[in-house]
Design a protein around this ligand. Structure first.
Ligand code: RB5
Length: 145
């Protein structure tokens, strides 16, 4: 599995921790930046990650900002993107199983690194359950025009 990672300045440290955590599990990570704590605008990072996922280059992405909210709003403007802001492992699992989320967003100023890594693990491990959940996602897809 290959995961696309991106963050703004507020998410930089957590992005580095997540990158190490994933690589230690043998997961290939493509890092779309940012690469230091100098201020950047989160939509500028969200866009290339979203584009790569929409093009089918990665099955999943992780976007990190201060709250996770800005990244979530930016990513969810794009058709085919289901970005879920998850601050706990249960939400992360359900985001995959029920919502077929293809991007996890995290708030580096909201949760600590220990919890964030558990959230990431659940998000990556869980599988979409389809069935009635697919039916509901089909209805959401009709909003995209
Ligand atoms: C940056 O200060 C902050 O606004 C950003 O990281 C994010 O939290 C926005 O939603």
């Amino acid at each position: 599995m290959e995961i696309a990672l991106g963050c703004d300045h507020a998410g930089f440290r957590l992005k580095e921790q997540i990158k190490q955590h994933l690589q230690a599990q043998g997961i290939v990570v493509s890092d779309f930046g940012t690469f230091c704590e100098n201020s950047v605008d989160y939509p500028d990072i969200a866009l290339p990650v979203v584009k790569a996922i929409r093009e089918g280059l990665f099955p999943l992405g992780i976007l990190i900002c201060g709250t996770g909210i800005g990244m979530s709003i930016a990513a969810n403007k794009h058709a085919g993107i289901r970005a879920a802001l998850c601050n706990d492992p249960y939400s992360a699992r359900c985001a995959r199983e029920h919502n077929d989320a293809n991007i996890l967003t995290l708030g580096a100023r909201v949760i600590g690194p220990g919890m964030a890594l558990e959230v990431v693990d659940q998000f990556i491990k869980a599988q979409f359950k389809g069935g009635r959940h697919q039916h509901r996602l089909n209805k959401i897809a009709l909003f995209e025009s």
